[in-house]
Ligand binder design. Sequence first.
Ligand code: ADP
Ligand code: GLC
Length: 519
Amino acid sequence: MRLNILITASEAVPFAKEGGLADVVGALPKYLSGRGHDVRVVMPRYYKVDRERYQLRQLPGVLVVPMGIIGNMYCGVHEGRMPGSDVPIYFLEHEDFYGRESLYERDNKGYLDNDNRFIFLSKASLELCKMIQFTPDLVHAHDWHTAAVPLLMNTSYLHDHHLAQAASLLTIHNMQHQGSFYEGAMDVLGIGWHHFTFLELEMDNQVNLLKGGIYHATMLNTVSEGYAREIQTPEYGWGLEGVVRERSGALSGILNGVDYQEWNPEEDRLLPANYSAQDLSGKAVCKRELQRSLGLPEREDVPLIGMVSRLVKQKGIDVLAQALPRLLELDIQLVLLGAGEPWAHFYFGGMAADRPDRFACRIGYDNTLAHRIEAGCDFFLMPSAFEPCGLNQMYSMRYGTLPIVRATGGLDDSVENFNSAQRTGDGFKFWNLDAGALFDTVGWAVHSWYHDSEAIAALRQNAMAKRFTWENAAEKYEGLYLEGMRRKLGEERFQQVLAERSPKRIAPCATTEACLPPA
Ligand code: ADP
Ligand code: GLC
C-alpha cells in the first residue's frame, strides 16, 4: 500500500546542514520511498543550495503564501531529486528570507525575522500541495522550524481541499530550541488570538511554535525512546514537559538510523586506508595518519580519544572543559573537532597550544576530518547534557571506535555498557553530569586499554557488528504514519482509504504498538 507523505524541514543533507536533523531528513525519505510510498520533501532554498549543481528545475508559476497581517507573500519553487533516489524535493525560493549564508543565525544570535522565515516555510509547505497537486495522507514536520504545520492544518487549512484528510506527525529532535517569539507572530500566523492561550501557543507571554505543534500534531515522536521519556520531566522538558505529558498518548520514540553508505570503514573514500572487523590493519594506518596530520606523536600504544561536536552546552563541553586539565595528565591523546560558542574556541584552542603532545583541537566544520577521527581513534567521547539521539556514537561503533558517553537519551539507548566480568557491551557509560564522573569513566576506558586489551578487542568486535539501520527506522515511521491516519480519519474511514489502495485489511500496526509507551 502506497501512502502520500509530505516531509517539511529546515535542513537536509547534502543541501544544507547544521546538525543531525539534516542527516535524518536526507536519509528517511529515500527509505520510505524504498518501501513504496510517494514521498515529497520541501525546504528553503538557502543561498548555498546551488541550482546548477543539483540540477534544479524551476516550476512554472509562483506560490502565494498568506502571511496574516503582512498580507500575501510570494515565492518561486525549484524541483530537484534527493541524491541517489527519485524522491522529489522542492526548494522554496525567497531571496529575502533564505538568501543568507547561514541558516539560522549570525554571530551566535538568531536572525530577528526567524518567526516570519519559518512561519513562511510552514505555510508555503502546505500551499505547495496545491501547486504540485499532491494530497498527502500525512504531513511530517520536524522541530520548531516547521512545528507551525500541525497547528495550521488544524486551523486555517482544516477544510483545505488537499489537506483536510491529512494527519500530521511532529518529530522533536531537540526540545531546547522552541521557536519562541514576540506575541505579534500571532498576527502573522493569522489563526486568531483565541489560540494564544497557555494550553496552546503561549509560553512566558511569547508565541511558542513548538508548543503549538505539540498541542496540535496528530502524532508526536522523538528520536529515541529514552528521550521520549525524558522530555516529560522538568529536567529535560525545557518548560514544555506539561504539554508533552498531556500528549503522551500520541508520543513515541524511534531511534535514527545510520547512512551506512556514507559511514562504512570498508568503503569510506575519505580514509587513508579501509578496514573491516576481520582485518583491522587499516585502522592502525588511519590512527597513524591522523596523529601525523594533527601533529600528535605517532604512537600506536597510546589510546587516542576523539570528539566531533557542535561546541554548545548541550554537548557537555563545559564539563569537558573542567575535566580537561586532569585528563591531560593521563597518558592519552585527545582530538576535538567542532565549532560553536566563542569561549570554547578560545579555551580548547589555548589548551591545545599548551599540550600539543596530548591534545589537538580543530575549530570549524570538516566532514573529511570527522570521518578520519571516527576511523583513526580508539575511543569517541560524548559527554552530553542531553542527547535526543546522537549520531556520532553510532558512527563510531561501526568504525570500531568505542563510545564513552553520558547515559542520556539516544546515547543511553544505543550504547551497551562494558561489563568486565562477562566481556559484554560496546562502550563506556557514566550517569552524573560532572567532571568527576567524566574523568573516572575515561580513566576506566584508558585503564582497560592498557591492562585488558582482550576486553577492548572484544568490545570492538561487538561494536562493529551492531547496526542501526534506516530500513528499521523507516518501518517504524510507516507504523506511526498509519496510526496517525487511523486517529485522524477514524477506524471506518481509515480502513476504507486503505482498502482503496490495497486489498488486505490493515491490523493495528505491531511496530507502532511496540514504540508507543504503555498506557
Ligand atoms: P546534533 O544534531 O545535536 O549536532 P548529532 O550527533 O545528531 O548531533 O549530529 C551531528 C552531526 O554533525 C554528525 O553527522 C556529525 O558528524 C556532524 N558534525 C558536528 N560537528 C561537526 C564538525 N565540526 N565537523 C564535521 N561534522 C560535524
Ligand atoms: C538533534 C539532536 C541530536 C539528534 C539529531 C537528529 O540535533 O541534538 O541528538 O541526533 O537532532 O535527530
